[in-house]
Design a protein around this ligand. Structure first.
Ligand code: NAD
Length: 454
C-alpha cells in the first residue's frame, strides 16, 4: 500500500496490507483476549481511555502533522479535530458508568427483572479518512469501555493516523490483542467483515455500506452503518443574509467539503436570493487555498484523486442544464488533488449536483418560493443525515425542521456534531446510532434476567 501526500502526490510511506492469514490471526487473538478485558472493572477501562486522551494531547502537534500529510486536511483543521476529540472522550468517560449500569425494572418479592449490558464480543470498526479521530473514536472508545475487543481498520487514506491511534491505546494500557489495527484497503476490509465477529461498525460511503450490509445479512451480526449525505439548508427571507452566507459557506467548504455533514445543497427564498448568492460568493472567494501545512490555509487538496472527476462531472452536467458558474469550476493544475472552491446558482433537482453526494468544495444554490417548496426539495433525496434552516423565528424553524426526514436538524447553524446528541442517518445515510448514551449502549447486548426466588 502506497501512502501519497494529496498536496503534491509524493510518496510518504509504503506499507504491507494485512492478508487473509494476518486478518484471521488478529481476529483469533482478539477473540481470546476479549473475555479478560470484559471482566476487569469498568474503572480500569476508564483509566486506560483517560490515559489515551492524555497521549493524544501530549502528541497533538505531531499527530496533526501526520493527519495533514496523509489526508491534505489543513493543519489548523487537523488540530481542531484533535482538540474536539478530547471533548468527545470526556463525554464517554463521564457517561459510561451510568449507561452500562445494570437496571432493576421489577423488584417484587416473587419475581425480579433486571437488564444487564453485555459486551458484544469482538467488533470490527471499519473507518473513513475524512475525520479519522472523530469517526474512529465514536466507535472504538465506547466499544472498549463496554468491554469489547476491537479490530480497527482505518481508511487506506488515513492509515498512519490509525497506526498512531493503536500505539497510543497500547501505551495507555489497552492490551495489544484487545485493540488491533488492521492495515489495508477495501479488500482487507472485506476480509475483516468475513471473520466471525459479533458486530460490524462501518463509517463510509453508501455503496460500500450496502456491500457490507449484504455480506453481513445472513450472519445476523449487529451492524451499524454511518454513511454519506446530501445535506440541505434553507435560508428564509427574514434571515440575516450576511451571517447565513458566512455560516453556510464555512459549512460547505470546511475540510474542502469532505465532511459527512457538509452543506451540500442550499435553498434560498426568492426575495433575498440575489443578495445571498453575492454574499456567499464573496465569502468563498475570501477563503485562502494553498499548502495545507500553512497555518493560514483554509482550503487544501482533496484526499482522494478520483473525486476530482466526480466534481468535474457534476459541474459539467449542471452547466449543460442551465446552471450559472459563479466561482471556481475546475481542477487546479498542480501536482496533487486540487479543485477550486466552486459555487453554482440557477440549479435544480434535474442536476446530479443537487442529488448525488459531492464530497468536495462544490455547492449549488437554488431559489425557492417559500417554506413548502423548501421542505419538499430538502426531503427530495435518498439520504437523510442533517438539514438546517436559517431564520430568527424559532417557531417557524421548528415547524420546518419537524417535517424534515433526517437524523439531525439545525436552526441557524450547520455542519455540527455534539457528543451529547445521537448521530444517526435516515435512508441511504445509514442505520444505527453513535454518540450520546445511545452510542454507548450500541456496543452492548441488553440481557434480560427473570429471577424468581425459590
Ligand atoms: P469508503 O466507503 O470508500 O471507505 C470506507 C472504508 O471502507 C475504508 O476503510 C475502506 O477501505 C473500506 N472498504 C471499502 N470497500 C470495502 C469492502 N468491500 N468491505 C469492507 N470495507 C471496505 O468511504 P470513504 O471515502 O473512506 O469516506 C467517505 C464517505 O464516508 C462519504 O460518503 C461520507 O459522507 C461518509 N462518512 C459518513 C460519516 C457519518 O458519520 N455518517 C462520517 C464520515 C464519513
Amino acid at each position: 500500500m502506497k501512502i501519497l501526500n494529496p498536496s503534491d502526490g509524493t510518496l510518504v510511506r509504503e506499507l504491507a496490507d494485512d492478508d487473509t492469514g494476518a486478518v484471521a490471526a488478529k481476529y483469533a487473538r482478539a477473540r481470546a483476549a476479549q473475555p479478560g478485558w470484559g471482566a476487569i472493572p469498568l474503572g480500569e477501562r476508564l483509566a486506560a481511555i483517560e490515559k489515551f486522551k492524555a497521549e493524544t494531547e501530549k502528541r497533538k502537534d505531531e499527530l496533526a502533522r501526520t493527519l495533514t500529510t496523509e489526508t491534505g486536511k489543513p493543519i489548523s483543521q487537523a488540530r481542531n479535530e484533535l482538540n474536539a476529540l478530547a471533548g468527545r472522550i470526556d463525554f464517554f468517560l463521564a457517561n459510561a458508568k451510568s449507561a452500562l449500569a445494570s437496571e432493576t425494572v421489577l423488584a417484587d418479592p416473587q419475581m425480579q427483572e433486571q437488564i444487564t449490558h453485555e459486551p458484544l464480543g469482538v467488533v470490527a470498526n471499519i473507518s473513513a479518512w475524512n475525520y479519522p479521530y472523530f469517526v474512529g473514536s465514536n466507535v472504538f472508545v465506547p466499544a472498549l469501555l463496554a468491554g469489547n475487543a476491537v479490530l480497527y481498520k482505518p481508511s487506506e487514506f488515513a492509515t498512519l493516523t490509525g497506526l498512531a491511534i493503536g500505539e497510543m491505546l497500547h501505551a495507555a494500557g489497552v492490551p495489544p490483542d484487545v485493540f488491533s489495527v488492521v492495515v489495508g484497503s477495501g479488500a482487507t476490509g472485506s476480509l475483516l467483515v468475513e471473520q466471525p465477529v459479533d458486530g460490524v461498525f462501518f463509517t463510509g460511503s453508501y455503496p460500500t455500506g450496502a456491500r457490507i450490509a449484504a455480506a453481513c445479512a445472513p450472519r445476523m451480526v449487529k451492524l451499524q452503518l454511518e454513511l454519506g449525505g446530501k445535506d440541505p439548508s434553507y435560508v428564509c427571507e427574514d434571515a440575516d443574509v450576511k451571517t447565513a452566507a458566512e455560516s453556510l459557506a464555512d459549512g460547505a467548504m470546511y475540510n474542502a467539503g469532505q465532511s459527512c455533514c457538509s452543506v451540500e445543497r442550499i435553498y434560498v427564498q426568492e426575495r433575498i436570493y440575489g443578495r445571498f448568492v453575492d454574499a456567499f460568493v464573496a465569502t468563498v472567494k475570501g477563503f485562502k487555498s494553498g499548502d495545507p501545512m500553512d497555518e493560514a490555509t483554509y482550503l487544501g487538496p482533496l484526499a482522494r484523486s478520483p473525486q476530482i472527476a466526480t466534481l468535474e462531472g457534476q459541474v459539467a452536467d449542471a452547466v449543460a442544464k442551465g446552471a450559472r458558474l459563479l466561482a471556481g469550476g475546475k481542477r487546479i493544475a498542480r501536482p496533487g488533488n486540487w479543485f477550486e472552491a466552486t459555487v453554482l446558482s440557477n440549479v435544480g433537482h434535474d442536476m446530479a449536483l443537487m442529488r448525488e453526494e459531492s464530497f468536495g468544495p462544490v455547492i449549488g444554490i437554488q431559489k425557492v418560493a417559500g417554506d413548502d417548496e423548501a421542505v419538499r426539495l430538502m426531503n427530495d433525496t435518498e439520504y437523510g443525515l442533517t438539514a438546517g434552516v436559517y431564520t430568527p423565528d424559532e417557531k417557524r424553524a421548528r415547524g420546518i425542521l419537524a417535517q424534515i426526514r433526517s437524523g439531525s436538524v439545525y436552526w441557524n447553524c450547520c455542519d455540527r456534531v455534539s457528543p451529547r446528541l445521537p448521530w444517526s442517518g435516515v435512508g441511504h445515510s445509514g442505520v444505527g446510532v453513535t454518540l450520546s448514551t445511545y452510542g454507548i449502549q450500541a456496543f452492548t447486548r441488553p440481557k434480560a434476567w427473570h429471577l424468581k426466588p425459590a
